[in-house]
Design a protein around this ligand. Structure first.
Ligand code: EPU
Length: 424
């Protein structure tokens, strides 16, 4: 049987906790290292299962990867394979980024459809349309997408039907070493996308507009190695802030970037929570402090692309909203299956119902009770953790391998601020 958490609730979380490096940004940075034969040193890389799996995928392509504490050292002197093993690719969605990187570095890739959480249909059409626009040919056999280019790729103007995060990164990776200028219109503006563009610039790329919906990539001949620090994880930070709110505690999440979390903190203020940004902690870094001590009110929100409310914070936000007064409403507009957590919260006594088109109604406050529940995907698991910290009694949370994919030592992090959580 896989690991489970035993969580004893009703303890207000208090204290200071430092947020780890961003899971998703680190995944993109690891793949970006494929674009140079030089050494790339990444700092602040979270120690989580997804980074391990992706490192194995890079090893299968010829990359030397080693970890030294929080740093990852990668070198792809030569690419020895353009076909990552499908059983590895199917473990995580970010694996499909190797297609853009291999296309950019050696002009071809063969890759199975990636895995990842079952939070929606998650097609690849925007990625593939981007590669096609750069001049790549695309075929599909029983297992693999075969993406190749007979002659050199050339810059293109690309309009995305939707600002897909991974498709934006994939096209960036494919286009940096391409002749001419590529413009992506309706690109994803997420901080993790901006960060990988900044890292590529550090490696010698010429990218502008990152962090906005218009990204311009002027192709260069060669990239070199770099040393780069991964940004703090806004989704881990958000989960910790929401755990403080749900337990009526007071927590300072140090190193969290206020600008990356303004969609969350503005909702917390609307609920009546006390929020302070740029609070200095003992280690000299600044962060976000919240307090859920006063009476909190219900809110309505929509999960949309950045800078809107993050879809990944929708499930833990729903758990926090079970503890406030009134009827809250969440409209999920990114994924069509983000609401797996609802069944688990209901088992714990939450008054939560599914509305039409991925919307959720939450009536609060309700007294949650510990019971046996499952982490059904990474953020659904985070939702249950937040609920369990607020609940009366003991919650047994099974299948926490989902949480291990993206939260570094979550039990240690929560214990340090008074959460009673134990891995069994
Ligand atoms: N979409 C398409 N066609 C495509 C690509 C996406 O229709 O070719 C649709 C999807 O079906 C979905 C929407 O676009 O409805 C959003 O998907 P997006 O491509 O933006 O998401 P992603 O790039 O696959 C990344 C993160 C997710 C995060 C989303 C949104 C990684 C590995 N994944 O996924 O993170 O929820 O962006 O911000 O970076 C997580 O960390 O738990 C996680 C799932």
């Amino acid at each position: 049987m896989s690991d489970a958490y035993l969580i004893t609730g009703s303890n207000a979380l208090r204290g200071t906790v430092r947020v780890a490096g961003s899971k998703n940004a680190a995944l993109y940075a690891v793949v970006a290292s494929l674009l140079t034969s030089d050494e790339v040193i990444l700092h602040n890389v979270p120690d989580i299962a997804d980074i391990e799996e992706l490192s194995d995928i890079l090893r299968s392509l010829g990359t030397l990867v080693r970890r030294e504490n929080k740093s990852l050292i990668l070198q792809s002197k030569s690419i020895t394979s353009t076909k990552p093993p499908s059983e590895l690719v199917q473990k995580l969605r970010a694996s499909f980024l190797v297609v853009g990187a291999l296309l950019g570095r050696v002009g071809s890739a063969e890759c199975a459809a990636p895995g990842g959480d079952v939070i929606g249909s998650r097609p690849l059409d925007i990625h593939l349309a981007g590669f096609r626009a750069l001049g790549a040919q695309i075929e599909h056999d029983e297992t693999n997408w075969i993406v190749s280019s007979e002659s050199a790729l050339s810059g293109a103007s690309i309009f995305f039907d939707y600002p897909s995060v991974l498709a934006t990164v994939n096209v960036l990776l494919a286009a940096v070493l391409t002749n001419g200028v590529t413009v992506i219109v309706n690109a994803a503006a997420e901080p993790e996308v901006e960060m990988v563009a900044n890292m590529l610039n550090r490696m010698g790329a010429n990218i502008s507009g990152q962090g906005t919906a218009h990204i311009k990539i002027s192709g260069v001949d060669k990239l070199h190695g770099c040393e780069f620090t991964i940004i703090p994880d806004r989704l881990e930070a958000g989960t910790l802030l929401l755990s403080a709110i749900a337990t009526r505690g007071e927590v300072l999440v140090s190193n969290a970037v206020p600008e990356h979390l303004s969609s969350l903190t503005s909702k917390l203020l609307e609920m009546g929570a006390a929020v302070q940004t740029d609070v200095e902690s003992d280690d000299g870094s600044t962060g976000i402090q919240v307090s859920g001590a006063s009476k909190l009110q219900s809110v309505a929100l929509q999960a949309v692309p950045y800078p809107g409310f993050a879809t990944d914070l929708h499930p833990p936000m729903a758990s926090a909203l079970t503890q406030v007064t009134g009827v809250s409403f969440i409209h999920e507009r990114v994924y069509d299956n983000r609401t797996l957590y609802v069944s688990e919260l209901r088992k714990m006594g939450a008054q939560i119902t599914l509305g039409s088109s991925s919307s959720v109604l939450i009536e609060g406050p309700s007294q949650l009770r510990g019971t046996r529940v499952k982490a059904l995907d990474i953020r659904a698991g985070a939702a249950v953790v937040v609920a369990a910290l607020a609940a009366e009694g003991v919650t047994t949370l099974e299948d926490i391998f989902h949480l291990d994919r993206g939260y570094e030592n979550l039990e240690g992090t929560l214990s340090s601020i008074g959460g009673q959580i134990q891995r069994v």
